[in-house]
Design a protein around this ligand. Structure first.
Ligand code: GDP
Ligand code: CA
Length: 324
Protein backbone atom coordinates (compact mmCIF):
# COMPACT_ATOMS: atom_id res chain seq x y z
CA UNK A 1 0.00 0.00 0.00
CA UNK A 2 1.39 3.42 -0.83
CA UNK A 3 2.14 5.45 2.33
CA UNK A 4 -0.15 8.37 1.61
CA UNK A 5 -3.14 6.18 0.76
CA UNK A 6 -5.94 7.28 3.01
CA UNK A 7 -8.38 4.66 4.22
CA UNK A 8 -11.33 7.02 3.61
CA UNK A 9 -10.40 7.39 -0.06
CA UNK A 10 -11.68 3.93 -0.90
CA UNK A 11 -15.22 5.14 -0.18
CA UNK A 12 -15.03 7.54 -3.12
CA UNK A 13 -17.23 6.82 -6.11
CA UNK A 14 -15.07 6.62 -9.20
CA UNK A 15 -16.07 6.62 -12.85
CA UNK A 16 -13.24 5.62 -15.17
CA UNK A 17 -13.12 6.02 -18.95
CA UNK A 18 -11.27 3.18 -20.62
CA UNK A 19 -10.40 1.33 -23.81
CA UNK A 20 -9.21 -2.25 -23.82
CA UNK A 21 -6.06 -3.81 -22.45
CA UNK A 22 -4.26 -0.81 -20.92
CA UNK A 23 -7.45 0.57 -19.41
CA UNK A 24 -8.54 -2.83 -18.11
CA UNK A 25 -5.37 -3.19 -16.03
CA UNK A 26 -6.07 -0.04 -14.04
CA UNK A 27 -9.75 -0.96 -13.76
CA UNK A 28 -8.76 -4.24 -12.08
CA UNK A 29 -6.74 -2.24 -9.53
CA UNK A 30 -9.58 0.22 -8.90
CA UNK A 31 -12.07 -2.65 -8.62
CA UNK A 32 -9.94 -4.26 -5.91
CA UNK A 33 -9.26 -1.06 -3.96
CA UNK A 34 -12.67 0.65 -3.95
CA UNK A 35 -15.73 -0.48 -2.03
CA UNK A 36 -17.84 -2.99 -4.02
CA UNK A 37 -20.04 -1.13 -6.49
CA UNK A 38 -18.13 2.16 -6.19
CA UNK A 39 -16.43 1.80 -9.58
CA UNK A 40 -18.18 2.46 -12.88
CA UNK A 41 -16.20 1.78 -16.05
CA UNK A 42 -17.28 3.60 -19.21
CA UNK A 43 -15.84 1.61 -22.09
CA UNK A 44 -15.08 2.60 -25.68
CA UNK A 45 -17.19 0.86 -28.33
CA UNK A 46 -15.64 2.71 -31.28
CA UNK A 47 -13.77 -0.51 -32.22
CA UNK A 48 -16.95 -2.61 -32.41
CA UNK A 49 -17.82 -4.38 -35.63
CA UNK A 50 -19.64 -7.41 -36.96
CA UNK A 51 -17.89 -10.68 -37.83
CA UNK A 52 -19.73 -13.85 -38.94
CA UNK A 53 -22.88 -11.95 -37.97
CA UNK A 54 -21.69 -11.61 -34.38
CA UNK A 55 -21.33 -8.34 -32.52
CA UNK A 56 -17.64 -7.94 -31.63
CA UNK A 57 -16.75 -5.48 -28.89
CA UNK A 58 -13.01 -5.81 -28.28
CA UNK A 59 -12.60 -3.22 -25.52
CA UNK A 60 -15.73 -4.24 -23.65
CA UNK A 61 -14.58 -7.87 -23.68
CA UNK A 62 -11.04 -6.99 -22.56
CA UNK A 63 -12.51 -5.08 -19.62
CA UNK A 64 -15.11 -7.72 -18.70
CA UNK A 65 -12.67 -10.64 -18.95
CA UNK A 66 -10.08 -8.71 -16.89
CA UNK A 67 -12.56 -7.82 -14.13
CA UNK A 68 -13.86 -11.41 -14.09
CA UNK A 69 -10.29 -12.74 -13.76
CA UNK A 70 -10.71 -14.55 -17.09
CA UNK A 71 -8.29 -12.54 -19.25
CA UNK A 72 -5.48 -14.20 -21.16
CA UNK A 73 -2.41 -12.38 -19.85
CA UNK A 74 -0.13 -14.12 -22.37
CA UNK A 75 -1.88 -12.97 -25.59
CA UNK A 76 -3.05 -9.75 -23.96
CA UNK A 77 -6.56 -10.30 -25.38
CA UNK A 78 -9.26 -12.95 -25.24
CA UNK A 79 -9.90 -15.56 -22.55
CA UNK A 80 -7.44 -17.67 -20.60
CA UNK A 81 -7.61 -21.49 -20.84
CA UNK A 82 -8.76 -21.01 -24.41
CA UNK A 83 -8.97 -23.64 -27.16
CA UNK A 84 -9.13 -22.95 -30.91
CA UNK A 85 -11.04 -25.80 -32.53
CA UNK A 86 -13.64 -23.58 -34.17
CA UNK A 87 -10.96 -21.32 -35.66
CA UNK A 88 -9.15 -24.38 -37.06
CA UNK A 89 -12.34 -25.55 -38.75
CA UNK A 90 -13.00 -22.04 -40.07
CA UNK A 91 -9.56 -22.11 -41.73
CA UNK A 92 -10.41 -25.42 -43.39
CA UNK A 93 -13.21 -23.59 -45.23
CA UNK A 94 -10.85 -20.83 -46.30
CA UNK A 95 -13.10 -18.42 -44.40
CA UNK A 96 -11.70 -15.17 -42.91
CA UNK A 97 -9.47 -15.90 -39.92
CA UNK A 98 -7.81 -12.51 -39.41
CA UNK A 99 -9.92 -11.92 -36.31
CA UNK A 100 -9.42 -14.85 -33.95
CA UNK A 101 -12.19 -15.95 -31.60
CA UNK A 102 -11.37 -18.82 -29.27
CA UNK A 103 -13.95 -21.47 -28.39
CA UNK A 104 -14.85 -20.11 -24.94
CA UNK A 105 -14.84 -16.55 -26.24
CA UNK A 106 -17.13 -17.68 -29.05
CA UNK A 107 -19.69 -19.04 -26.58
CA UNK A 108 -20.11 -15.59 -25.07
CA UNK A 109 -20.27 -14.01 -28.55
CA UNK A 110 -23.06 -16.40 -29.57
CA UNK A 111 -25.07 -15.72 -26.42
CA UNK A 112 -24.51 -11.96 -26.64
CA UNK A 113 -25.70 -11.96 -30.26
CA UNK A 114 -28.78 -14.00 -29.32
CA UNK A 115 -29.71 -11.49 -26.62
CA UNK A 116 -29.02 -8.49 -28.90
CA UNK A 117 -31.17 -10.09 -31.62
CA UNK A 118 -33.99 -10.36 -29.08
CA UNK A 119 -33.81 -6.59 -28.70
CA UNK A 120 -31.69 -6.29 -25.55
CA UNK A 121 -29.27 -3.35 -25.51
CA UNK A 122 -25.48 -3.73 -25.34
CA UNK A 123 -25.68 -2.14 -21.87
CA UNK A 124 -28.19 -4.76 -20.69
CA UNK A 125 -26.28 -7.65 -22.19
CA UNK A 126 -23.03 -6.44 -20.58
CA UNK A 127 -24.75 -6.21 -17.19
CA UNK A 128 -25.86 -9.83 -17.68
CA UNK A 129 -22.26 -10.93 -18.27
CA UNK A 130 -21.15 -9.06 -15.13
CA UNK A 131 -23.85 -10.78 -13.10
CA UNK A 132 -22.95 -14.25 -14.35
CA UNK A 133 -19.27 -13.73 -13.54
CA UNK A 134 -19.77 -11.88 -10.25
CA UNK A 135 -18.30 -8.54 -11.36
CA UNK A 136 -19.39 -5.97 -8.77
CA UNK A 137 -18.18 -2.87 -10.58
CA UNK A 138 -20.53 -1.43 -13.19
CA UNK A 139 -19.32 -1.90 -16.76
CA UNK A 140 -21.04 0.46 -19.19
CA UNK A 141 -20.56 0.53 -22.96
CA UNK A 142 -20.22 4.23 -23.85
CA UNK A 143 -23.43 4.08 -25.91
CA UNK A 144 -25.81 1.48 -27.32
CA UNK A 145 -25.77 2.43 -30.98
CA UNK A 146 -22.97 1.86 -33.50
CA UNK A 147 -20.31 4.57 -33.08
CA UNK A 148 -17.42 3.39 -35.25
CA UNK A 149 -13.99 4.99 -35.22
CA UNK A 150 -12.69 5.43 -38.77
CA UNK A 151 -9.06 5.84 -39.79
CA UNK A 152 -7.99 7.88 -42.83
CA UNK A 153 -4.64 6.83 -44.27
CA UNK A 154 -2.08 9.17 -45.87
CA UNK A 155 -3.20 7.61 -49.19
CA UNK A 156 -6.66 9.08 -48.56
CA UNK A 157 -8.43 5.77 -47.86
CA UNK A 158 -10.91 5.49 -44.98
CA UNK A 159 -10.58 2.25 -43.00
CA UNK A 160 -12.78 0.63 -40.38
CA UNK A 161 -10.83 0.55 -37.13
CA UNK A 162 -10.32 -3.23 -36.93
CA UNK A 163 -9.16 -3.26 -40.57
CA UNK A 164 -6.45 -0.82 -39.58
CA UNK A 165 -5.71 -2.39 -36.20
CA UNK A 166 -5.85 -6.14 -36.75
CA UNK A 167 -5.86 -6.83 -40.48
CA UNK A 168 -3.28 -4.19 -41.46
CA UNK A 169 -1.44 -4.35 -38.08
CA UNK A 170 -1.46 -0.52 -37.70
CA UNK A 171 1.02 -0.20 -40.59
CA UNK A 172 -0.71 2.52 -42.69
CA UNK A 173 0.28 6.06 -41.75
CA UNK A 174 -2.68 7.97 -40.32
CA UNK A 175 -3.81 11.30 -41.78
CA UNK A 176 -7.03 11.71 -39.82
CA UNK A 177 -9.35 9.99 -37.37
CA UNK A 178 -13.15 10.26 -37.50
CA UNK A 179 -14.97 9.45 -34.25
CA UNK A 180 -18.53 8.14 -33.80
CA UNK A 181 -18.85 7.45 -37.54
CA UNK A 182 -18.83 11.24 -38.04
CA UNK A 183 -22.28 11.55 -36.48
CA UNK A 184 -23.61 13.18 -33.34
CA UNK A 185 -24.30 10.44 -30.79
CA UNK A 186 -25.31 10.79 -27.16
CA UNK A 187 -23.78 8.81 -24.32
CA UNK A 188 -26.15 6.27 -22.77
CA UNK A 189 -28.28 7.51 -19.85
CA UNK A 190 -26.42 5.23 -17.45
CA UNK A 191 -23.09 6.67 -18.59
CA UNK A 192 -24.25 10.21 -17.86
CA UNK A 193 -25.66 9.06 -14.52
CA UNK A 194 -22.34 7.41 -13.61
CA UNK A 195 -20.47 10.63 -14.45
CA UNK A 196 -22.83 12.81 -12.44
CA UNK A 197 -22.74 10.48 -9.41
CA UNK A 198 -18.94 10.20 -9.38
CA UNK A 199 -16.69 11.94 -6.86
CA UNK A 200 -13.74 11.39 -9.17
CA UNK A 201 -13.33 10.84 -12.92
CA UNK A 202 -10.35 8.80 -14.12
CA UNK A 203 -8.96 8.66 -17.66
CA UNK A 204 -7.32 5.23 -17.73
CA UNK A 205 -3.96 4.63 -19.48
CA UNK A 206 -5.69 3.85 -22.76
CA UNK A 207 -5.07 5.12 -26.27
CA UNK A 208 -6.06 8.84 -26.08
CA UNK A 209 -7.00 9.04 -29.79
CA UNK A 210 -9.11 5.93 -30.30
CA UNK A 211 -10.10 4.74 -26.80
CA UNK A 212 -10.72 7.86 -24.68
CA UNK A 213 -11.52 10.51 -27.32
CA UNK A 214 -14.57 8.60 -28.66
CA UNK A 215 -16.10 8.62 -25.15
CA UNK A 216 -15.32 12.31 -24.68
CA UNK A 217 -16.91 13.06 -28.08
CA UNK A 218 -20.33 11.72 -27.08
CA UNK A 219 -23.03 14.29 -26.44
CA UNK A 220 -23.43 14.93 -22.73
CA UNK A 221 -20.06 13.63 -21.55
CA UNK A 222 -18.01 16.83 -21.41
CA UNK A 223 -20.90 18.69 -19.75
CA UNK A 224 -21.27 16.07 -17.07
CA UNK A 225 -17.53 16.32 -16.30
CA UNK A 226 -17.85 20.00 -15.43
CA UNK A 227 -16.74 20.64 -11.86
CA UNK A 228 -15.59 17.04 -11.29
CA UNK A 229 -11.98 16.32 -10.41
CA UNK A 230 -10.40 14.50 -13.37
CA UNK A 231 -7.18 12.48 -13.10
CA UNK A 232 -5.48 10.83 -16.09
CA UNK A 233 -2.76 8.17 -16.22
CA UNK A 234 -0.34 8.34 -19.16
CA UNK A 235 -0.30 5.35 -21.52
CA UNK A 236 2.92 6.70 -23.05
CA UNK A 237 6.18 5.93 -21.24
CA UNK A 238 9.53 7.23 -22.50
CA UNK A 239 7.96 8.17 -25.81
CA UNK A 240 6.53 4.71 -26.49
CA UNK A 241 3.33 2.78 -25.96
CA UNK A 242 3.70 -0.51 -24.09
CA UNK A 243 1.51 -2.07 -26.75
CA UNK A 244 -0.47 -0.85 -29.75
CA UNK A 245 -0.32 2.24 -31.93
CA UNK A 246 -0.82 5.11 -29.44
CA UNK A 247 2.71 6.53 -29.85
CA UNK A 248 2.68 6.01 -33.62
CA UNK A 249 -0.65 7.86 -33.80
CA UNK A 250 0.84 10.92 -32.08
CA UNK A 251 3.81 10.79 -34.48
CA UNK A 252 1.64 10.25 -37.62
CA UNK A 253 -0.43 13.27 -36.58
CA UNK A 254 2.72 15.40 -36.23
CA UNK A 255 3.03 15.39 -32.43
CA UNK A 256 6.14 14.08 -30.67
CA UNK A 257 4.86 11.20 -28.49
CA UNK A 258 5.53 11.70 -24.77
CA UNK A 259 3.77 11.87 -21.41
CA UNK A 260 3.73 15.63 -21.89
CA UNK A 261 1.91 15.20 -25.22
CA UNK A 262 -0.74 13.10 -23.43
CA UNK A 263 -1.06 15.75 -20.71
CA UNK A 264 -1.50 18.46 -23.34
CA UNK A 265 -3.99 16.30 -25.26
CA UNK A 266 -6.29 16.28 -22.19
CA UNK A 267 -5.14 19.62 -20.79
CA UNK A 268 -8.40 21.54 -20.37
CA UNK A 269 -10.10 18.57 -18.67
CA UNK A 270 -7.43 17.66 -16.13
CA UNK A 271 -6.88 18.40 -12.47
CA UNK A 272 -4.31 15.66 -11.93
CA UNK A 273 -1.90 13.73 -14.15
CA UNK A 274 0.06 10.60 -13.30
CA UNK A 275 3.03 9.74 -15.49
CA UNK A 276 5.74 7.15 -15.17
CA UNK A 277 8.77 7.57 -12.88
CA UNK A 278 10.91 6.93 -15.97
CA UNK A 279 9.66 10.24 -17.42
CA UNK A 280 10.55 12.24 -14.31
CA UNK A 281 13.63 13.87 -15.93
CA UNK A 282 11.39 15.20 -18.76
CA UNK A 283 8.80 16.60 -16.39
CA UNK A 284 11.21 19.24 -15.15
CA UNK A 285 10.76 21.01 -18.48
CA UNK A 286 6.96 20.91 -18.56
CA UNK A 287 5.24 24.24 -18.75
CA UNK A 288 3.53 25.06 -15.50
CA UNK A 289 -0.23 24.79 -15.36
CA UNK A 290 -2.91 24.26 -12.74
CA UNK A 291 -2.62 20.48 -13.17
CA UNK A 292 -1.02 18.51 -10.31
CA UNK A 293 1.59 16.26 -11.92
CA UNK A 294 2.72 13.18 -10.07
CA UNK A 295 5.11 10.44 -11.09
CA UNK A 296 4.57 6.80 -10.18
CA UNK A 297 5.56 3.30 -11.27
CA UNK A 298 2.83 2.96 -13.90
CA UNK A 299 3.88 -0.24 -15.70
CA UNK A 300 1.39 -2.82 -14.45
CA UNK A 301 2.88 -6.31 -14.62
CA UNK A 302 0.85 -7.94 -11.85
CA UNK A 303 -2.05 -7.30 -9.48
CA UNK A 304 0.20 -5.58 -6.91
CA UNK A 305 1.21 -3.00 -9.56
CA UNK A 306 -2.45 -2.49 -10.54
CA UNK A 307 -3.51 -1.98 -6.92
CA UNK A 308 -0.63 0.39 -6.16
CA UNK A 309 -1.39 2.53 -9.22
CA UNK A 310 -5.12 2.53 -8.39
CA UNK A 311 -4.29 3.74 -4.88
CA UNK A 312 -2.07 6.48 -6.29
CA UNK A 313 -4.87 7.61 -8.61
CA UNK A 314 -7.47 7.63 -5.83
CA UNK A 315 -5.11 9.42 -3.42
CA UNK A 316 -4.43 12.14 -5.96
CA UNK A 317 -8.18 12.48 -6.53
CA UNK A 318 -8.81 12.72 -2.79
CA UNK A 319 -6.11 15.36 -2.49
CA UNK A 320 -7.69 17.41 -5.27
CA UNK A 321 -11.12 17.10 -3.60
CA UNK A 322 -9.70 18.18 -0.24
CA UNK A 323 -8.09 21.24 -1.78
CA UNK A 324 -11.47 22.51 -3.00
P1 GDP B 1 -6.61 -1.43 -26.50
O1 GDP B 1 -7.96 -0.85 -26.80
O2 GDP B 1 -6.63 -2.89 -26.15
O3 GDP B 1 -5.56 -1.04 -27.48
O4 GDP B 1 -6.17 -0.79 -25.13
P2 GDP B 1 -6.22 0.64 -24.49
O5 GDP B 1 -6.59 1.73 -25.44
O6 GDP B 1 -6.96 0.57 -23.21
O7 GDP B 1 -4.72 0.78 -24.10
C1 GDP B 1 -3.65 0.91 -24.99
C2 GDP B 1 -2.58 1.69 -24.27
O8 GDP B 1 -2.36 1.10 -22.99
C3 GDP B 1 -1.23 1.69 -24.95
O9 GDP B 1 -0.95 3.01 -25.30
C4 GDP B 1 -0.27 1.18 -23.89
O10 GDP B 1 0.93 1.92 -23.84
C5 GDP B 1 -1.04 1.38 -22.62
N1 GDP B 1 -0.70 0.44 -21.57
C6 GDP B 1 -0.78 -0.92 -21.63
N2 GDP B 1 -0.35 -1.46 -20.46
C7 GDP B 1 0.01 -0.41 -19.67
C8 GDP B 1 0.56 -0.30 -18.35
O11 GDP B 1 0.80 -1.30 -17.66
N3 GDP B 1 0.80 0.96 -17.86
C9 GDP B 1 0.55 2.09 -18.61
N4 GDP B 1 0.82 3.29 -18.07
N5 GDP B 1 0.04 2.02 -19.85
C10 GDP B 1 -0.22 0.80 -20.37
CA1 CA C 1 -9.44 -0.97 -28.41
Amino acid sequence: MIPEFMEASKYLKVTALAGGVGGAKLLVGLDKVLQPGHLSAVVNTGDDFSHFGLHISPDLDSVCYALAGLADSVHGWGRKDESWQVLEEIRRFGAPDWFALGDRDLAWHLERQRLLSEGKTLTEVTAHFCEVFGIQSRVLPMCDEPAPTLIKTKEGEWLAFQDYFVRLKCQPEIADIALLGNREIAASDLVIEAMLEADLIVLAPSNPWVSIDPILALRGVRNSLQGKPVVAVSPIIQGSALKGPAAKMFADLGIHPSSEAVRQHYEELLDGFIFDDLDLPDAENWQSSAIINQSFQTIMKNDEDKIALAEAVISLGARILQGR
